[in-house]
Design a protein around this ligand. Sequence first.
Ligand code: NAP
Length: 289
Amino acid sequence: MSVLVVGSSGFVGAELLRAFGGDTVGTYCKTERPGLERLDITEAAEVDAFVNRLRPRLIVHPAAQPNVDRCESEVGESYQVNVAGTRNVAQAAARIGARYVYFSTDYLFDGTDGPYPVDAEPSPINVYGQHKLEAEQIVQATVADHLIVRVCGVYGYHPEGKNFIMGLLQKGGDGVTMNVPSDQWGTPTYVENLAEAVKELSLGSHTGIAHPVGPDYLVRIEFARLAAEILGLDDSFLNPMTTEELDQPAARPERGGVDNRSTQAMLETRLLPAREGLLAFKKVMEVRT
Ligand SMILES: NC(=O)c1ccc[n+]([C@@H]2O[C@H](COP(=O)([O-])OP(=O)(O)OC[C@H]3O[C@@H](n4cnc5c(N)ncnc54)[C@H](OP(=O)(O)O)[C@@H]3O)[C@@H](O)[C@H]2O)c1
């Protein structure tokens, strides 16, 4: 099957490209990478021409502006990429009759009652969450054969990436204090496992919403301590702080995360608990560094 991964210069997209393999086409926008083609999803005509030329049977779309604090201050940019960009790709997918898989987030929810099942009512508390929710609604209204995959706290090896675990590794190694939320809960998800699960879901026929995340519900500081233990770091560099103390620009859902049970029941791929995911991460890190 011909597959297009939109946003494969990013953390999750790079892993999806690896998982799909073969002649999968991947795109970048600002971060040029060998083998990837350039595509700016905010340009409707460009998206249409690109998709028409390739005519993939499956379009997987992790491209986004996922920086939650930046979305809060750069609302126009967040709208262009996360809402208008999604509309452009969804419409192009619908025009050629491709199956469309869109990446969303647990930040759709207010964080009073996580982890949230697939049928929970979204109520975002920041711009990023509002825009991802708008994007989900556009996907649902535009492409009949669609799948929305909501993910949370993705960790994994990504040398240039700013994901939580790479930051922890660097700070722990250098003995630099790392402030970690002591009251933000989530469902940490190992990136290679996520890519395998999304590949399986994409190649299947399920439509609607899926939560291919890890099964553990952990507060961020507990996850950080577990990671430090597995990576052989003395965890005294981890400094627990409440959301109120952290005073981040965008509001954060405290009891966030999404519930993977209905998704796990559809999958052959086993969604990995945090300890297993971190051990797999450690192995990959040892090979790639
Ligand atoms: N990572 C997590 O923990 C997490 C949690 C919840 C949800 N998600 C969702 O998962 C998806 C992937 O996240 P990620 O962590 O992989 O993000 P990322 O590393 O920041 O990657 C974002 C990707 O989007 C591309 N992109 C940005 N603007 C674009 C534009 N105008 N046109 C085309 N491509 C554009 C980037 O390309 P360039 O860099 O080349 O510009 C990059 O390939 C996102 O939808 C995010 O909302 C992630």
